[in-house]
Design a protein. Sequence first.
Length: 272
Amino acid sequence: MSSEVFILAFPKLRISHVEAAQTISKTPHDALFLMFSRNLEEPVKILAEGFPYDYVINEIKKQKLIPEPFGAWEYFAEPILKILSKIKQKNPKLNIYCYGSPIYENISTETATKIATLTLKALATGKINVKEWKKVLLEEIKFSLDATEEEAEFVLSIVKNYKKSLCVSGLQGKNLEEKIRLEKNMNVKLEYLGVPYYLTPLEALKKELLNELEGKPSSDEKMEKLIKYHLRYIKKYILLSKSLDDAYFRWVVEEAKNLENIVGKQQIVFTG
């Protein structure tokens, strides 16, 4: 049987999740793959069956299926979670899967906590330990690469059983597409939402370190400049904005292009 797989990839912005939810609602498919942790598959399916949103969210909190801070996760997840019951009503035979690595979910949260600690330390002292930042981020990047490979294998093991599947992904959707395309009888389409997209200073720093893992070394001086931009992004935008999206778009208008002087436009602007 030939299978069609539509991969919908987008940046970590709430507005992109809203647009993705709209696209999911309009796209016919037999199986839906969400990038939430596999620990969430049962509550997600219950939500799709029509259980009240607040009840399911409280159960997820109660069972601690998502590491704290829970609100940060829900900020992005809510638009997609809230349309599941509607699409399930339109297509009762729809099967929903969560394919995210539970282990990486925890590691990512731990890394975010470590980065927050390093950020506060740097803001308080004015000193940056580049070696310490690199150690924390490189560990997370390596886990991320392993998780991406494992998640692609998980999706591939299931998606071949369906005629039409829709898979929601972050900007790493290309990796998923390449993995699925290697399989026989797979017709894969990848579409990006919210591009071109300016990488935040922290995302630019991670990309620089990923390049380093691939044999393209970067100087500590460049790393330190990116860290300083991250500190400025937190201090001037995240802490002084009403939402993460608001902080991001204010930064894009006012300062994003400054990063081009450090890493170049091709490194800072994701076009797909």
